[in-house]
Design a binder for this molecule. Structure first.
Ligand SMILES: CC(C)(COP(=O)(O)OP(=O)(O)OC[C@H]1O[C@@H](n2cnc3c(N)ncnc32)[C@H](O)[C@@H]1OP(=O)(O)O)[C@@H](O)C(=O)NCCC(=O)NCCS
Length: 198
């Protein structure tokens, strides 16, 4: 579904030019390459084993519950994936879930901030008032990144995640209401511009 005019070219704060656009089924092979290129620590906590081509095959096709699915291209390769999914049950239809993955070589340049801004823009039109994210384990950059983007820890489900190596971790649920995220985004954009243009 079109919420903004994609593709959009953005210049990251380190000067690299990237393209943000909607994911299509033609991205399948490059998505496999992207996910297989992620270091183990960054994919340990992804919900599915996205290094398996059949998982990516379904991911690029079964998009009916996704409000928006974005990819980022740099140098002809996919370097990030971002989705927002609507609540699947009647009573959580106002709650959307975001998932963000950024290639190591592109992290800490403001890319997740840019992607979250796009995802959040798509939320109100779908009646999404609360955005949630799942993070496994309390260590690592993902929790700090989401907290810095305005999410708050809402709940911890102990030992709810078994990673691809079989180890168990706590599952943290982080949430934020869309209007609050918008305020945060505006504040982030005025204090510090992760991108130019866009
Ligand atoms: C979490 C993730 C998406 C962040 O992507 P990113 O593009 O590097 O994030 P940004 O550059 O927009 O960072 C925004 C802020 O988050 C914080 N942050 C991001 N990564 C961090 C890290 N590793 N350690 C501490 N803080 C971090 C910083 O405050 C950062 O702002 P700053 O760079 O100006 O200090 C990325 O680390 C990732 O893909 N991790 C693996 C997958 C995952 O766990 N996804 C989360 C589940 S939804």
């Amino acid at each position: 579904m079109e919420y903004e005019n994609f593709p959009q070219t953005e210049i990251l704060r380190d000067g690299r030019s990237i393209i943000v656009r909607e994911m299509t089924i033609r991205d399948e092979a490059r998505m496999v390459e992207f996910f297989q290129g992620l270091p183990l620590e960054d994919r340990l906590f992804l919900r599915n084993d996205v290094t398996k081509p059949e998982v990516v095959h379904r991911f690029v096709r079964e998009t009916e519950d996704l409000v928006l699915a974005l990819v980022v291209e740099f140098d002809g390769r996919i370097v990030a994936s971002a989705t927002i999914e609507r609540g699947l049950y009647g009573w959580t239809r106002h709650v959307g879930e975001v998932r963000l993955v950024v290639a190591r070589s592109m992290q800490r340049c403001g890319l997740a901030t840019v992607l979250l801004r796009h995802l959040v823009r798509a939320a109100p039109g779908e009646g999404i008032e609360i955005v949630k994210a799942f993070v496994a384990g309390s260590k690592g950059g993902a929790l700090r990144a989401l907290e810095s983007l305005g999410f708050n820890k809402e709940a911890t489900l102990r030992r709810h995640v078994k990673d691809v190596t079989g180890r168990k971790h706590d599952l943290l649920i982080l949430t934020n209401d869309v209007s609050h995220i918008w305020e945060k985004m505006e504040a982030l954009n005025s204090d510090f511009s992760p991108v130019l243009g866009g």
